[in-house]
Design a protein around this ligand. Structure first.
Ligand SMILES: C[S@@+](CC[C@H](N)C(=O)[O-])C[C@H]1O[C@@H](n2cnc3c(N)ncnc32)[C@H](O)[C@@H]1O
Length: 320
């Protein structure tokens, strides 16, 4: 794949912004580890449609790199790779061969699940999982053709450090791909439920609209995601797009499964329930459930597809 060269004299490192460090326990690796199994079992309801939509955007760039690399296998690194869902999907995309994937995450529990999944799928020869912090990768320079960070950048205290690390480990002309969540029906419903709970408790002034939270205000649209990547001068070309998806809700029981995945997701807990009492959390959950069932009934469809938007970006390092 032809990519433009980086501007003359451009630094090969990214400028690091002083983004605030998240200290909430909900966002620590121990918390992701504790919730790993539940996230992996139930999380697919929420994240799989987004991952599939994002991979549909990303795979043409990977296919092009794979063709350049052939007969050598394409070397892919995933950071914030969680239980390895995208790694398995990518192995399958490449027909279980011509690819080597290292799936990394800083939560040991997630990495163990990724290993189990690779073994279960018979992918141990081409997929490996390792505990690594996306912001400090213990990997050699220029050792990967592609680095993917799906549903990760918006959770990191210093995402630009992770972009700098990605550009360091990428080969010249390699690609970095990221996915962040955008506007979604489920977020609209949860935002409104949260407002209701806080207002009822006389704490309406504490309400923070999700869309003004830094997770959305800095990462929630393709232009915002592109802007973040463009601050990294080591990328020669950056392309961003929306990845539209739908979260299928087929029955009340199915909705409960999906909602359970949200309650088990430390990122969601951090955004929505970290400042609520137990009673208020129960109230919040009941309100979300009720509204989702109402919307499904109004759709008139047995399986209602709640709209989701992902933001995908592909950024190429300069060729030699
Ligand atoms: C929302 S999950 C996404 C997982 C996977 N990419 C997916 O879409 O299913 C975010 C993941 O980022 C991981 N994570 C958070 N901070 C990290 C860091 N500093 N380095 C590596 N992984 C991190 C969490 O442990 C969690 O598994």
């Amino acid at each position: 794949m032809r990519t433009a060269r980086a501007p003359r004299g451009a630094s090969v490192r990214c400028r690091r912004a002083s983004l605030s460090t998240t200290t909430s326990r909900n966002m620590q690796s121990s918390s992701w580890s504790d919730h790993a199994a539940k996230y992996a079992n139930n999380g697919n309801g929420l994240t799989l449609p987004l991952l599939l939509a994002a991979l549909a955007h990303i795979t043409p760039a990977l296919d092009a790199l794979a063709a350049q690399r052939a007969p050598q296998p394409l070397r892919i690194l995933t950071t914030c790779g969680g239980p390895g869902v995208e790694a398995v999907l990518l192995c399958k995309h490449f027909g279980g061969k011509h690819v080597n994937i290292l799936s990394t995450d800083n939560a040991e529990g997630m990495v163990q699940l990724a290993r189990d999944s690779f073994e279960k799928e018979g992918l141990q020869d081409i997929a490996e999982a390792r505990v690594l912090d996306a912001m400090k990768l213990d990997l050699p320079d220029q050792s990967y053709d592609a680095v993917l960070q799906l549903l990760g950048p918006m959770l990191l205290p210093d995402a630009r450090a992770s972009f700098a690390e990605a550009t360091r480990v990428l080969t010249p002309g390699g690609v970095f791909c990221a996915l962040t969540p955008g506007r979604m029906v489920i977020h609209d419903v949860m935002t409104s439920a949260k407002r209701g709970v806080l207002e009822k408790a006389g704490r309406g002034d504490e309400f923070q609209d999700l869309y003004s939270h830094r997770i959305m205000s800095e990462w929630g649209t393709p232009p915002k995601l592109k802007e973040q990547l463009e601050k990294c001068s080591a990328f020669a070309k950056v392309e961003a797009a929306n990845a539209p998806a739908e979260m299928p809700v087929s029955s009340e029981a199915h909705l409960d499964e999906i909602l359970q995945s949200l309650w088990d997701n430390p990122g969601m807990a951090f955004m929505y329930t970290s400042n609520l009492s137990e009673e208020q959390v129960a109230e919040f959950r009941a309100a979300v459930r009720k509204e989702m069932l109402k919307r499904r009934a109004e759709s008139g469809k047995e399986t209602w597809g709640a709209e989701m938007l992902g933001n995908v970006v592909c950024a190429w390092t300069a060729e030699k």
